[in-house]
Ligand binder design. Structure first.
Ligand code: CUA
Length: 158
């Protein structure tokens, strides 16, 4: 079967691109730890205050170096808006909204997730470098959207 030289070239280019894209996905998932958010749990916005975890939001130590942090988002604040963990800690964030769509982006990390009313969002990150990590809402949620921020302090030692 005769294939035109140009057509063959484009077939090869298409094949190479498919391999490159597949490689990018494999590197993202297994090398960089990029993960698609999956449905974790649901909680009605009106019942956030009585939902275990969210009724008393904040940081919990599961065992040394391993934490869970529950955050409630509502216009225009995060509760809590500051947590402190030792350097090297692995923190799993659970977030939900009491009103509208919000976002949760932590500077200098790949933590970037939507907070959807009715849904629980979950994301895990290991803080290997000490510092002050500011987080903020990145979904426009109203007049004071730009004030919706907080900090994660990652400190040496205890
Ligand atoms: Cu919450 Cu923007």
């Amino acid at each position: 079967m005769h294939i035109d030289r140009l057509e063959a070239t484009f077939l090869w280019l298409s094949g190479i691109m498919l391999v490159v894209f597949a490689g990018a996905i494999i590197v993202s998932v297994f090398g960089l730890g990029v993960q698609l958010p999956t449905q974790v749990d649901q909680v009605a916005p009106t019942e956030v205050d009585t939902e275990p975890g969210f009724s008393d939001p904040g940081l919990r130590e599961i065992y040394p170096g391993r934490y869970e942090a529950y955050f409630v988002a509502q216009a225009w604040q995060f509760t809590p808006n500051e947590i402190t963990v030792p350097v090297g800690s692995e923190v799993t964030f659970f977030l939900t909204s009491k009103d509208v769509l919000h976002g949760f982006k932590v500077f200098d990390t790949n933590v970037n997730i939507m907070i959807i009313p009715g849904q629980v969002s979950e994301v895990t990150y290991t803080f290997d470098e000490p510092g002050v990590y500011r987080f903020y809402c990145h979904e426009y949620c109203g007049a004071l959207h730009h004030t919706m921020t907080g900090v994660i302090n990652v400190v040496e030692g205890e």
